[in-house]
Structure formats: structure tokens, C-alpha cells
Ligand binder design. Structure first.
Ligand SMILES: Cc1cc2nc3c(=O)[nH]c(=O)nc-3n(C[C@H](O)[C@H](O)[C@H](O)COP(=O)(O)O)c2cc1C
Length: 184
């Protein structure tokens, strides 16, 4: 399989984030050839175009990491039926200064978990038009709306239910093939 470097952006800033746990579990399930590296978003100031003439180090680092990745995996919670503000802020930073959108043509996939039965479906549906406007290439299938249960991930960070692990492995394998087809 083609080697794919995936940058993971976790939409939650919480220390005990269940989406961070899911991201770690996904790393353990990664197919051969797929490597992960987190792109942190927690230190970014709130974006304003006042920064465009002199982009701060945090913004430049974010853009460089996205551009160095073959593909981006967004692992996001749902906050108030949309994406968390911190994630939207990071996307805005990545999209600017005008003409230097770091997501342009980048293969992306979206996944998320919440305790609610629809497992971040509304947040992901809100995220997709943003990614569309940013001219990413989105993996439309497999969709992954993961309902979080306290026993879903064990103390070692592994998915406990074999069916869930199989589903998530399939999601990653699809993403690997998708990213290999679309990487620049
Ligand atoms: C500000 C806020 C808004 C939330 N809104 C939703 C929501 O719209 N839908 C949902 O399923 N869960 C919602 N939740 C519950 C989250 O799913 C839950 O806190 C989950 O742990 C968030 O993921 P994280 O731990 O990775 O941040 C909300 C939580 C917070 C803090």
C-alpha cells in the first residue's frame, strides 16, 4: 500500500477529550503504510485578518504541518449542533492569508464521537460545506458517526468491541486508498 502521512486535527481542546481518545485508538488500528502526526490547534490565537500581514509562528506552523501532510483526518466533537469554535478558528487560520489556503486540493476525511445517539452527525454535516469552500477533496464514504460509550476504549487505548474495531479499520483503509488516489 502507498505510504500516506496523515495529519490529525482534533477538534476538542479538552484534556479528557473523547475525540482525542478516538484519535489514539485510530492510530493503533492504522493499516500498514499509514502514519499519523497530530497538528495541534490549541495555541492558536483567535484569527483576525489583522494578522495576515505578519502571520504569527503558531499560524505558520499550522499551515506548514498541513501542507507537509498527504491527507488530513479531522476528529471532531459536536458542540451545540455544530463544530467547536477552536476547530473553526484553526480552519480559518489555515485558509489565509488570501491566496495561500493550506487545504487547497488536500484529501480530507471526517470522523467524530459523542455520547449522543447520532454521534456528531450534525457537526460533521456543518463541517462539510466549510471544507468544500476551502477546496479540499473530501472522502464522502465511509461516514463515521461514533456513539461514545465509557467502555468503548480500554485503558491501553484499544477499541474493545471487535465489530467497532472492524468498522474503524475499514474506515482507515478506505481513507488510505482515497488519499493515495488524490495526494499531490
Ligand atoms: C459546549 C458543549 C456543547 C455540546 N453540544 C453537544 C451537541 O450539540 N451534540 C452532542 O452530541 N453533544 C454535545 N455536547 C456533549 C459532547 O458530546 C461531550 O462533551 C463530548 O465529551 C465532547 O467531546 P470531547 O470530549 O472530545 O470534547 C456538548 C458539550 C459541550 C461542552
Amino acid at each position: 500500500m502507498t505510504a500516506i502521512k496523515v495529519g490529525i486535527i482534533i477538534g476538542s481542546l479538552a484534556k479528557a477529550s473523547i475525540n482525542r481518545k478516538l484519535a489514539s485508538a485510530l492510530e493503533k488500528l492504522a493499516p500498514e503504510g499509514m502514519s499519523f502526526s497530530e497538528i495541534a490547534i490549541g495555541d492558536l490565537p483567535l484569527y483576525s485578518y489583522d494578522y495576515d500581514s505578519d502571520y504569527p509562528a503558531e499560524g505558520r506552523a499550522l499551515k506548514a504541518q498541513i501542507e507537509a501532510s498527504d491527507a488530513i483526518l479531522l476528529v471532531t466533537p459536536e458542540y451545540n449542533r455544530s463544530i467547536p469554535g477552536g476547530l473553526k478558528n484553526a480552519l480559518d487560520w489555515a485558509s489565509r492569508p488570501w491566496g495561500t489556503n493550506s487545504f487547497n486540493g488536500k484529501p480530507v476525511a471526517v470522523i467524530g464521537t459523542s455520547p449522543g445517539a447520532i454521534g456528531t452527525a450534525v457537526a460533521q454535516t456543518a463541517l462539510r460545506p466549510v471544507l468544500g469552500f476551502m477546496n479540499t477533496i473530501q472522502m464522502n464514504q465511509i461516514e463515521a458517526y461514533i456513539q461514545y460509550k465509557p467502555d468503548m476504549i480500554d485503558d491501553q487505548g484499544a477499541i474493545t468491541n471487535p465489530e467497532t474495531a472492524k468498522f474503524l479499520s475499514g474506515f482507515l483503509e478506505s481513507f488510505q486508498s482515497f488519499a493515495a488516489r488524490h495526494k499531490g
